[in-house]
Design a protein around this ligand. Structure first.
Ligand code: IMP
Ligand code: MG
Length: 187
């Protein structure tokens, strides 16, 4: 276990390193089984920056099937738009998508707007297949239903940080996933 002091704004550790590691092993085995026999140039993991970078790194290194790694970055519209949960792509993949097997790797599913947007964008590009792998899900918060093919953990409706996830770009590199104190994110 890494000996890193727990920040003051952390309420409690929700998922420790060993728990995350064990779950990722299971996910990686499933994915490796499902994509068995695939050729390297055909299988692309698409990580959603920044939140998924640690999850993707750990997951990818456990896969026993050949694959490529790519990233996209999104931005949520902060100005008052008429569309709830509107997101836009601010960095696209380098790899071309048509004919490839695409696995979107996302840190957390909250309202579902982000992942459903990504599914629309990527399926419109004619991939050979399109699946999603999400580390965390807060089912209570869902506004739109999104199919998830590989899910790490369901968690309650609390703001979590660590293992790639942030609050105002802080706490991303904590080795565990922790719930923030409500006083730290609610005014
Ligand atoms: P959705 O579009 O509401 O599903 O939001 C997904 C995005 O919101 C995630 O990719 C995260 O960037 C962010 N997010 C939602 N909940 C949390 C959380 O508890 N901690 C950190 N980021 C979160
Ligand atoms: Mg995210």
């Amino acid at each position: 276990m890494t000996d890193i002091p727990i920040p003051d704004s952390v309420e409690h550790v929700l998922l420790d390193e060993a728990t995350i590691r064990a779950r990722i092993e299971v996910l990686a085995e499933k994915i490796s089984r499902d994509y068995a026999g695939i050729r390297n140039e055909d299988f692309i993991l698409v990580g959603v920056l920044k939140g998924s970078f640690i999850f993707l790194a750990d997951l990818a290194r456990r896969l026993t099937v050949p694959h490529r790694v790519d990233f996209i970055a999104l931005s949520s519209y902060t100005d008052a738009t008429d569309v709830p949960g509107a997101v836009r792509l601010i960095m696209d993949t380098r790899a071309s998508i048509p004919g490839r097997h695409v696995l979107i790797v996302e840190d957390i599913l909250d309202t579902g707007y982000t992942l459903s947007y990504l599914q629309r964008v990527f399926s419109a590009r004619g991939p050979a297949s399109l699946r999603t792998c999400v580390l965390l899900s807060k089912p209570e918060r869902r506004k739109v239903e999104v199919p998830v093919d590989y899910l790490g953990f369901e968690i309650p409706d609390v703001w979590v940080v660590g293992y790639g996830l942030d609050f105002n770009d802080r706490f991303r590199t904590l080795p565990y996933i922790a719930a923030l104190k409500r006083s730290a994110y609610e005014k």
